[in-house]
Design a binder for this molecule. Structure first.
Ligand SMILES: Cc1ncc(COP(=O)(O)O)c(C=O)c1O
Length: 429
């Protein structure tokens, strides 16, 4: 090891010693190989690590079920009848919402559809939906099928904003000018808080304001943003948002997601919605009446009773976020990704192109990069990283995505990642 490499190891160690959030790492289950050797985990943008508290809470619910059976609906430690409400404070904290504006339920794509059932109300004059080119396939399918459901052809009514030729990420002025151009034909803007492929974070308030100026509804897919960046959905004036909880929210594979509905809509009776008994106001729900009286909050969009075992890890995880504070996590995240970008530029400059914007306002935890030499070399470098016990991911056609997560990644992790990447780049011709 040369002197420069030793200096970086020392720098990382000093940053870890000064990091007041470093003890949180102990509260997560760190994945290991079959032989017990630790893995270098950089895939929190895909599946967050298990909080030990989540494992405990699931066990507690299982114990309550075996001890109490049906009585647990009212007498469990956290009565199951109100189970989704135990997520409310934590979701408020992360989304910048009022208590009436958030609800934990379903999965992301299901929630997008439920939100669009209410907030995508096209007419012959105003039928269009705008999303980003290269959106996550499920979002693309969701909006296309909503258009078709209403009798509109996605080929002509789904509008996309693409990066300029030779660029990887989107310019806000291009998003705004597209919205302006579509004007009164635009019914809905559905935008990601953070783009899944490039890791670009957007100024959601600016996008919402542009949509409002032309009279369009605006919803956000916050799957890659929640728990990653502090959000202000109420102040940004979003009409709705939806997210999953298995990425930065660390609530486990397929965990229960959530929705935001702006306060100005929650008590509206004129909005059509796909209803079920759990959206009915709690006071009269068990009268089992045929008329639907929606709960006057985002929970009025719930359909089924909450899946307790799948919601328990979310509740446990949200408590950790409230204790640690998302603003402090973001502060560390910026320093962690800043350190990663600095090392990447110093040590792998010639072998890589960073795709994620480097400006702090335009990135979250995730850094996406492209290996110089083409997609097939990129894939081999990615495989070489896997051989060196690095867990990150590959997105076709040519991106390696890594996410140092402030809850459980250290500056030493970042240093080791870059060292292994530099070796992999040297090894792969
Ligand atoms: C941006 C985005 N949209 C949609 C989905 C699909 O989520 P789900 O399977 O929970 O519906 C994902 C999953 O990773 C995603 O990242």
């Amino acid at each position: 090891m040369n002197a420069a490499e030793q200096a970086i190891i020392q720098q990382a160690a000093a940053l870890d010693r000064a990091d007041t959030l470093a003890p949180w790492r102990q509260k997560f289950a760190l994945p290991r190989k079959a032989g017990g050797e630790p893995l270098l985990y950089f895939a929190g943008h895909s599946l967050g690590l298990a909080p030990l508290a989540a494992l405990d809470l699931v066990s507690e619910e299982l114990a309550d079920w075996s001890r109490l059976a049906v009585l647990g609906h009212h007498t469990a430690h956290r009565p199951w009848i109100d189970y989704h409400t135990f997520a409310t404070r934590g979701l408020q904290h992360l989304t910048g919402a009022k208590p009436c504006e958030v609800v934990a339920m379903n999965s992301l794509t299901v929630n997008l559809h439920l939100m669009m059932a209410s907030f995508y109300r096209p007419s012959a004059e105003r039928p269009k939906i705008l999303i980003e080119a290269g959106a996550f396939s499920s979002d693309h399918l969701a909006v296309s099928s909503q258009l078709a459901w209403h009798g509109f052809d996605p080929a002509t009514h789904l509008e996309l904003v693409a990066p300029r030729p030779g660029e990887d990420t989107l310019r806000h002025e291009d998003i705004e000018s597209t919205i302006e151009r579509l004007g009164s034909s635009l019914a809905l803007v559905l935008w990601p808080g953070v783009q899944f492929r490039t890791g670009q974070a957007f100024d959601c308030g600016r996008i919402a304001a542009a949509a409002k100026r032309v009279g369009a509804t605006v919803g956000f897919d916050m799957g890659h943003a929640i728990g990653n960046l502090p959000l202000a959905l109420h102040d940004w004036d979003a009409d709705f948002a939806a997210w999953c909880s298995y990425k930065y929210l660390n609530a486990g594979p397929g965990a229960v997601g959530g929705c935001f509905v702006h306060e100005r809509h929650v008590a509206r009776r004129d909005l059509p919605r796909l209803a079920g008994w759990w959206g009915h106001e709690p006071a009269t729900r068990f009268q089992m009446r045929a008329d639907f009286v929606p709960s006057r909050d985002a929970a009025g969009w719930a359909i089924s009773n909450p899946p307790v075992l799948a919601t328990a890890p979310l509740i446990a995880s949200l408590e950790l976020f409230r204790e640690a504070d998302i603003a402090k996590l973001r502060d560390k995240s910026l320093r962690l990704t800043g350190f990663l970008l600095e090392l990447l530029q110093r040590h792998t400059e010639r072998g890589l192109r960073i795709v994620t914007p480097t400006h702090a306002d335009e990135r979250g935890c995730q850094v996406s990069m492209r290996v110089v030499g083409g997609s097939s070399r990129g894939r081999r470098v990615f495989d070489a990283l896997g051989d060196k016990d690095v867990i990150c991911d590959w997105r076709e056609p040519d991106l390696i995505r890594v996410a140092p997560v402030p809850f459980y990644n250290s500056f030493a992790d970042v240093q080791q990642f870059v060292a292994r990447l530099a070796t992999s780049l040297r090894e792969v011709p």
